[in-house]
Ligand binder design. Structure first.
Ligand code: SAH
Length: 398
């Protein structure tokens, strides 16, 4: 890595950086072109060359790097990362000690003080995700810091620094022992099969842990459940174990079927007693309306953006529409679990979507519960958009 480079912050952004906003954005900097090399240490300064913060350059989907320290003399070395990681690990003590849950997030990027990198724990194995080539330059120091603090049975990495944050196809194994495939992990005593070396996604989204628990504990008993955008069927598993009479899981991806069968099977559930459909959700809605099917619990967890043969779905634009279709096949007194991980809008706007959809269908509703990211996905007040998850349990009244 070359020498430090000074970046001048536009005056309208100075206050933001001063109060701890960690993301370095293109529009906040006057001389972004001065930095070219990923991983370059940068010092942010104001108009009068006064120091504002120190960080690194790393081109991400959003942003051009992260501020890691307010101390001009800070060195980003093993000791620095060890300090950050130690605090992060302490924050997850109860999860490390909880035998019922063996998969969770250990380090959540900027929420734990180092934007651009996350670390997840899966039953003794660790997976580091790198969100830029810049942060990847710190790989050795970060791994050294991690292995000093915890026993790492085996280590995997996900490089997500190709354009748009997409995953780079690669062998993800880094060191230690290779994990079995599948590796069985537990979440509140529910089993999940994960694959640490099988592409960008391992088979479960850990940020929905509290939502799965709530579905299991309070919304499934005796209910018929439709799980849309079901991926490996994790919500369906939680529902069946919570006493659902039947679940229907719908996902477009071919492999979702075998993956869902596997998640049912590792929990001793007879998958043949459940419906698993490989199908476009929007097509399924039409079918359900035609057949007059209705469900007690409808789960909506679409990606922020998706393109299928017939449909382009963009959460920021199309969520009200999706909700309207869900409302039409939800029983009276039934519940819709509306979830979005789209970071371009917050909870207020999301609730606006809910209001709009119910109004248009002429139905009434009551919000029963709300969730954002769980405790292990630590976020900071200075970076609200880091808390991307919004989940609302809505009861359809009439
Ligand atoms: N709810 C899941 C995660 C969903 S990930 C869980 O809790 O694990 C998003 C999923 O939506 C992907 O599996 C993708 O295949 C699926 N998908 C995207 N567009 C779709 C569509 N039009 N119809 C059905 N599934 C779709």
């Amino acid at each position: 890595m070359g020498k430090n480079i000074q970046l001048k912050v536009k005056s309208s952004f100075v206050k933001n950086i001063k109060v701890g906003y960690p993301l370095i954005t293109e529009d906040a900097i006057l001389n972004m072109k001065d930095v070219k090399e990923e991983g370059t240490i940068i010092e942010l300064v104001d108009d009068n060359q006064r120091f504002l913060g120190k960080g690194y350059y790393g081109k991400q989907n959003k942003g051009r790097g992260w501020v890691l320290s307010q101390n001009q003399h800070e060195l980003f070395d093993v000791t620095f990362f060890e300090k950050k990681l130690k605090l992060a690990i302490e924050h997850r003590t109860s999860l490390f000690n909880n035998p019922k849950t063996t998969a969770f997030r250990v380090f959540n990027g900027e929420g734990d003080g180092v934007g651009g990198c996350t670390i997840d724990f899966y039953a003794g194995y660790y997976v580091i995700s790198w969100y830029s080539e810049g942060v990847y330059k710190f790989k050795n120091d970060i791994i050294q810091a991690l292995t000093k603090l915890v026993d790492v049975k085996g280590l995997y990495e996900k490089k997500r620094f190709a354009s748009q944050g997409t995953y780079m196809e690669d062998d993800d194994f880094v060191s230690g022992e290779k994990a079995p495939e599948p590796l069985l992990v537990k979440e509140n005593d529910i089993n999940f099969a994960v694959y640490l070396n099988d592409g960008a996604m391992v088979g479960i989204f850990l940020d929905q842990r509290d939502v799965r628990k709530t579905i299991h504990d309070s919304y499934s008993k005796g209910k018929s459940v439709l799980n849309t955008f079901s991926y490996t069927g994790a919500f369906s598993v939680a529902a069946v174990l919570g006493g659902a009479t039947r679940t229907t899981s719908v996902d477009l991806a071919n492999r979702s079927k075998s993956k869902t069968i596997e998640q049912f099977s590792v929990n001793g559930i007879d998958f043949e007693a459940q419906d698993i459909m490989v199908e476009d959700v929007f097509h399924y809605f039409k079918y359900a309306v035609r057949k007059q099917l209705k469900f007690d619990l409808v789960i909506l967890d679409p990606p922020s953006f998706a393109r299928s043969k017939k449909h382009t779905f963009s959460a920021g634009k199309d969520y009200p529409d999706l909700l309207m279709q869900a409302i039409s096949i939800t029983e009276k007194k039934g519940v819709i679990v509306a979830s979005s991980n789209c970071s371009t809008f917050g909870m207020t706007k999301f609730k606006g979507f809910i209001e709009k959809a119910f109004k248009q269908t002429g139905s009434t509703y009551k919000i029963r519960e709300e969730f954002s990211l769980p405790e292990d996905y630590k976020t900071i007040d200075e970076f609200k958009e880091g808390n991307y998850l919004k989940v609302v349990f809505i009861e359809k009244l009439t």
